[in-house]
Design a protein around this ligand. Structure first.
Ligand SMILES: *[C@@H]1O[C@H](CO)[C@@H](O)[C@H](O)[C@H]1NC(C)=O
Ligand SMILES: *[C@@H]1O[C@H](CO)[C@@H](O)[C@H](O)[C@H]1NC(C)=O
Length: 488
């Protein structure tokens, strides 16, 4: 049985009582107890009554003023439109930084009274569905009003009312299907790489120690992915996320739906949107098949990756200055796939390569490691990569570790392909870090810009890849004796 509703008289009495209580209570408090501004942010010092009060941190309230407009941050100011219409070369498609982007009922809202200054939304967002090849499939991924809209501030006012809930700090929003998520390479060397390359375009003075003015990323959101399908078989994805940003919070499709079903607008302080389908419209994707290639068109420091690399390396227990091979003994690491069962060297050629590398160790004093990545712990993999000067191996996921190397004039990646075969994955990634990459076809080798057209030739995935170990060893010496005068 429900209690009877209070009468107006009872309410009045109760209010009076509360008021008296409040007044006597607050006057009995020591004066310093309530009004000490320096206590802000010190949770243990804030009385419960204060921490529960409403502040600007929960709501962006515009009341009778116009709805604050969305700002597109990631383009070169004043150039974006010229760029879109005249040349696709520098279009940073698929990776966008926006301030004050709104979401309501699962739809993104760009509020702008000058919609002409907003890039075509196809270059920002898509339907986020499974990606099939071909132009017809691409058509089906073009976003509609159900996904993203550009509205004026007066339309926004009608739709949103007088305010929106703030999602504070920097958010990385992934509008991708699960397809390319559960894989160390696609996660770390594409998604994470692309995100950080985009975001770090806001600090072009990042130092080689990784010092930056950028605030840490607070939130990683997925609107098409559940919490159980983002980890990879090598368990590296979670490792990389938690060591890059230990405080980061992750939200998944259920959380996205929760927010949508609340029927109230939310506003991102700052969001970086990754959209694989949109990135596929970029020139750099067409050229290199790498979605993380697109944000390379944005400005950036040559040390752009160092904040992440150093965090991950330090988490693995090493100092960030480690590696590079210029002020310490160079380290050669051959990541062997010979136990993997697919895409392997001819066994005798593998043996010969190992012999040649050990000869270098004996003759020049280099440290030489021959390892199977799958037999190492995650810490061991990251530590070894961080110390490595020359990393080599057959094309494959083991080479993803190159992103933890320290770029120096000597740092080099050597990738072995079946002759005439080629893919840009590790080649592009190596160069994006300012290191040198060589592709090998047996005794022949090549480097950018003279690289072949990507091709998965017959034999590419096979276990009879030929390699001239002597040629590899000769190039190692060339790389490690060169450029020593550049060192400090
Ligand atoms: C937080 O408040 C407590 C209790 O007043 C105080 O002892 C502590 O020094 C404060 N910490 C900081 C970082 O201000
Ligand atoms: C970089 O940051 C570290 C620690 O955060 C600091 O000790 C160092 O002085 C900074 N270096 C520069 C060049 O600001």
């Amino acid at each position: 049985m429900a209690p009877a509703a209070p009468t107006p008289r009872e309410i009045l009495l109760l209010s009076l009582l509360l008021f008296i209580l409040l007044v006597t209570h607050s006057t009995s408090l020591p004066k310093s107890g309530l009004a000490k501004p320096e206590l802000k942010g010190n949770l243990s010092a804030v009385p419960p009554a204060l921490s529960r009060s409403k502040t600007i941190d929960t709501q962006l309230i515009w009341s009778a003023s116009p709805v604050p407009q969305t700002k597109i941050v990631s383009h070169v100011p004043g150039k974006f439109h010229a760029v879109i219409s005249s040349s696709a070369l520098t279009r940073p498609s698929g990776w966008t930084i926006l301030d004050r982007l709104y979401i309501l009922k699962g739809v993104l809202y760009i509020v702008s009274d000058e919609p002409r200054t907003v890039p075509d939304i196809r270059f920002i967002y898509s339907k986020g569905v499974f990606i099939q090849p071909g132009p017809e499939a691409a058509e089906t991924r073009i976003p509609s009003d159900e996904d993203i809209r550009i509205i004026s501030s007066s339309e926004a006012k009608k739709l949103f009312g007088s305010g929106a809930q703030i999602m504070g700090g920097v958010t990385f929003l992934v509008n991708d299907p699960p397809q390319f998520i559960t894989h160390y390479y696609h996660w770390s060397a594409e998604l994470w790489f692309g995100f950080w390359r985009t975001y770090s375009s806001l600090d072009t003075a990042i130092t080689s120690e990784g010092n930056t003015t950028l605030p840490a990323v607070r939130r990683l959101m997925f609107n098409h992915l559940d919490a159980f399908h983002w980890r990879d078989y090598a368990l590296m994805n979670q490792w990389v996320v938690r060591s890059s940003f230990p405080s980061i919070i992750m939200e998944f499709i259920d959380d996205w739906r929760d927010r949508a079903e609340m029927g109230r607008p939310f506003v991102f302080d700052r969001v970086v949107i990754a959209d694989r389908s949109a990135a596929m419209l970029s020139y750099n994707y067409a050229r290199y098949q790498r979605t993380a290639g697109a944000p390379m068109a944005l400005p950036g420091s040559v040390n752009w990756w160092m904040p992440i690399r150093n965090n991950v390396v330090e988490f693995a227990g090493l100092g960030p200055a480690i590696g590079g091979g210029t002020t310490s003994i160079p380290v050669i690491t051959y990541i062997s796939r010979q136990q993997w069962g697919r895409r392997m060297l001819i066994p005798e050629h593998h043996d010969k390569l190992v012999k040649e590398l050990y000869k270098l160790r004996d003759q020049y004093g280099y440290e030489v490691n021959v390892v199977n990545a799958e037999a190492m712990s995650r810490v061991e993999q990251i530590q070894l990569a961080a110390r490595t000067t020359i990393m080599m191996g057959v094309h494959g996921n083991g080479l993803t570790s190159l992103i933890w190397m320290k770029p120096s004039p000597r740092s080099t990646v050597m990738e072995f392909f079946y002759p005439q075969g080629f893919a840009h994955d590790y080649e592009y990634t190596t160069r994006a870090l300012g290191m040198v990459h060589y592709g090998f076809w047996n005794s022949e080798y090549f480097t950018s810009p003279a690289v072949p057209i990507p091709k998965y030739v017959e034999g590419f995935q096979g276990n009879a890849i030929p390699l001239d170990g002597e040629a590899v060893a000769r190039l190692c010496v060339e790389r490690l004796t060169l450029a020593s005068e550049v060192d400090d």
